[in-house]
Write a protein that binds this ligand. Sequence first.
Ligand code: NAD
Length: 282
Amino acid sequence: MTGHEFAGEIVELGANVHDLRVGQRVSGEGHLIGKTSRQSRSGKFHLDPETRGIGVNEPGAFADYLRLPAFNAVPLPDTIDDEIGAILDPLGNAVHTALSFDLIGEDVLVTGAGPIGIMAAAVARHVGARHVVITDVNPLRLDLAAKVADVVPVNVATEDLKEVMSRLHMVQGFDVGLEMSGSQAALDQMVESLVMGGRIALLGIPPGKSPVDWSRIVLKSLTLKGIYGREIFETWYKMIAMLENGLDVRRVITHRFPVSDYREGFEAMLSGKSGKVVLDWA
Ligand code: NAD
């Protein structure tokens, strides 16, 4: 069963669970980690090669009830309502990616204005980046990005990114790139647009094998970092703290449906005209 982005209320606890209570509002980390790998035993849970995914390898959240190890539950403070609680998984992807490198005072390029790219751009702004430019080929997504955060949207199908960079007085290029599209063209453009010694965090997953201009990366001394999931649980702490201190991503939710209208929800999502779509079981 599918579904890995969720929030809800605890209805039952395992016999040995003492630090959670029935009725408590929680979201949860959907990566179920093993306890035996070197990474897990040294506390790097997000790097555990035995990770299994809720909604991927284990029954998911498109159900009346979800079973989750107590370790994975993340209690929600009253300041975070259920619909924000339900998008903490993808917000966590955005936070993990955006906080990979120091962004204070830096010029940041986000490629891909899907919900995660938009939220990453909002995080970059929140933590003090100088200019945040977000690219896409879908004008509706770029309009949404500009509604969610104070970013410069660029449609790379119709606009010249280099012109935008010169308008923003970027002498050499962007300091940091956050790749959020999985598009070969976007990564090529990012490598081209970064400064010498620039840093790239890659979250987007390309559909297949994708050629990389390796020598360009070497000769520009770029640092590339792949990002999988969220840091367990450092990303969760940081994300909740930022939400409680003014990070506002609510407008990335563009559609809300009762769960009985799930078909419309999926259609909205597949149309390319939505941000996040939330289904409500209440
Ligand atoms: P999405 O598909 O909604 O958004 C991707 C966006 O990239 C789209 O709006 C698309 O129009 C845009 N795009 C396509 N070509 C482009 C180009 N040349 N330049 C700029 N933008 C372009 O995806 P999402 O839900 O926001 O997720 C972002 C990416 O992260 C996806 O590739 C997804 O598979 C991946 N992902 C990775 C992880 C992980 O753990 N690594 C987790 C979740 C999602």
